[in-house]
Design a protein around this ligand. Structure first.
Ligand SMILES: NC(=O)c1ccc[n+]([C@@H]2O[C@H](COP(=O)([O-])OP(=O)(O)OC[C@H]3O[C@@H](n4cnc5c(N)ncnc54)[C@H](O)[C@@H]3O)[C@@H](O)[C@H]2O)c1
Length: 376
């Protein structure tokens, strides 16, 4: 039996409590929130839990193997640090914390103590996102040209982080998972229309190794809830739409053919392009609820000592990109280089090697190899 305590029972916390509650051989022991009204709701919903308004009751609990943190981002660092120091495995919500340095400190502490530190990048457990990764890595889409993500809704409005940190942290984790690479530079624009110091709307444009461009539009000030990503490749194009419950992925057999453009341009003064349009495929996408899969994976990592898919290294890379985006926002959209924070043996590189080992690059002549040097 693995015992989990949860800190934070606001909007998202109850989803985690439920997912752990539903797992066999796992029990949720203490749920903590500084707001007693949230605890009353949790007691009503989940039988048998103890509740407390003091975080120490969740962290120092000798019965607990793990602490799950679903509080505002501004509290993540201190709570995660305290839980790791108390010898607990931690699943903390995204983004890991407010700065890459803090992330690295937490990552090192977890490694030194042999503890699992997983971060709530829940879309890595989304069956549609995984299906698109299969298409990218099999080479079926060809060389990836660009990716465009929209993540909008009306609310929830935060005041400790801007829309980018709150929403685009998901997209950056997805891009990293799909491309097995971290962005090298960013330019971004955003505005604080509601006048509370943090940007309500952010549009960020990232460059990845191999010339891949990726754009994110993140906003909590929008009439429509959109969670959609378009991937344009040299052979096919794909759209992932999380709002489409039964058909979240569409593969478009559409591309543009160009033939020996240099020679042709010399002769005729223009590039020959032909638009090719074929069928649209809707692949079967099946899988468990992402948050349930994430919680099950966390428990499995505790039991086996396996490194989580949503590990702190990936989360640190995401925070590094977010911090660079903030720098660009502050500086009127200046192009900002994103320094690499992960060590030479970073999980990004390990995963890239794993992709190579499966032979996907070899099968796909269009695949742009991502070199280690490109990421530094
Ligand atoms: N993975 C996802 O898809 C997803 C979705 C929503 C939110 N989140 C993340 O979950 C976290 C929480 O978001 P939310 O929407 O639930 O926020 P929320 O404001 O609704 O809930 C946060 C809760 O934490 C409590 N709290 C604040 N400080 C605390 C402290 N020091 N100790 C104990 N309790 C404290 C608050 O009283 C509140 O009930 C954020 O990091 C957010 O980014 C993730």
């Amino acid at each position: 039996m693995i015992t989990v305590n949860v800190i934070g029972a606001g909007r998202w916390g109850p989803n985690l409590i439920r997912a752990f509650h539903d797992l066999a051989e796992v029990r949720v022991h203490v749920v903590c929130d500084t707001d007693e009204s949230r605890l009353a709701l949790a007691r009503h919903r989940f039988e048998g839990i103890r509740t407390s308004t003091t975080t120490e009751d969740a962290i120092a609990d000798p019965k607990a193997d793990a602490v799950v943190i679903a509080t505002p981002v501004s509290t993540h660092y201190e709570l995660t640090l305290a839980a790791l120091r108390a010898g607990k495995h931690v699943l903390v919500e995204k983004p890991l914390c407010g700065s890459p340095i803090e992330c690295e400190e937490l990552q090192s502490l977890a490694t030194d103590r042999g503890l699992v530190l997983a971060v709530g990048h829940v879309f890595l457990f989304n069956a549609g996102i995984r299906k698109v990764r299969e298409y990218i890595h099999s080479g079926e889409l060809g060389r990836i040209f660009y990716i465009h993500a929209s993540r909008t809704n009306l609310g929830p409005i935060r005041d400790d982080v801007n829309a980018l940190w709150d929403l685009a942290s998901h997209d950056l984790s997805i891009f990293q998972y799909w491309l097995d690479a971290v962005p090298t530079e960013v330019t971004a624009h955003g505005e604080s229309f509601l006048g509370h110091q943090v940007q309500d709307v952010v549009i960020g444009s990232y460059r990845y190794p191999g010339g891949v461009m990726a754009c994110v539009h993140a906003s909590w000030l929008n009439p429509r809830k959109v969670r959609e990503i378009t991937i344009v490749g040299s052979r096919k194009m794909a759209v992932w739409d999380d709002m489409s419950i039964n058909e979240p992925v569409r593969i478009y057999n559409k591309w543009v053919e160009t033939r020996r453009p240099e020679a042709y341009a010399e002769k005729f003064g223009s590039f020959p392009t032909t638009i090719r349009e074929g069928d649209v495929l809707i692949p079967k996408v099946a899988g468990p609820e992402p948050v349930a899969a994430e919680c099950e994976h966390f428990i499995e990592c505790i039991r086996t000592g396996r490194k989580p898919l949503n590990h702190a290294g990936l989360a640190t890379d995401v925070v590094q990109a977010l911090a660079a985006t903030d720098e660009s926002l502050r500086d009127g959209g200046r192009r900002v280089r994103i320094p690499a924070v992960t060590a030479a043996t970073s999980p990004v590189e390990q995963r890239r090697e794993a992709v190579g080992a499966q032979g996907s690059k070899a099968r796909n002549p269009d695949y742009v190899p991502i070199h280690t040097a490109d990421i530094r």
